[in-house]
Design a protein. Sequence first.
Length: 250
Amino acid sequence: MKAPRPLRGVWRLARAVLHGLRGLAIVLLLFPRLDRSARQGHIRRWSATMFGRMGMTLQLVGTFKPGSKLIVANHVSWLDILAVHAACPEARFVSKADVREWPLVSRLVDAGETLYIERERKRDAMRVVHQTAEALARGDTVAVFPEGTTGPGPVLLPFHANLLQAAIAAEVAVQPVVLRYADRHGAFSPDAEFLGETTLAQSLWKLACADAMTVHVMALSPVGARHADRRALAAALRESIDAELAPFRR
């Protein structure tokens, strides 16, 4: 017999918190002594395991291009970062600066060499574009959410083109990634939504209580960015991601 939803949620949430504390211990005690490759191995394992602790199944489709690249993904939840890290742990995310105020999570996000952007300051976007281009030129992988905020899942928000300039300047490929959260009741689970005034605690509780959620991560074919027009590139990337989501909206 399946446990009642609230009881199931408490159990999963407790497991997730313990796993989060384990991750914090790894970051504080082990990371200072490890090289980048070893750190990325821990990031991959810890991220993938978190989904199991939350009662979710992770499904990965496609292959990530080796070497330097800019990952462009649709944005549904704060869990998106873990979903990508489970498949591509070398990805450095561009994230909103207020994530640094989240307890526990902020220290874990820092460990992934995250680049922070203050979206309220228009000039800060240019700083992050230059910082991202430099990271790509050094051979790093950087991941961005061009919607700029989380969406409901089935329908994409407009893609902002600014950060794509970094890939154009560094002349590296852009790889689109499709993220989708499904549950027993449908192809787009409302429990995964992280919209409006939803707090991190509220989101955690909804996810912990979700019914047989599967997190789908699909890596599409990389697209060359050399000499590209950033707005045209943003439109093409949005179209390719939308084409993979469209069949599930029916």
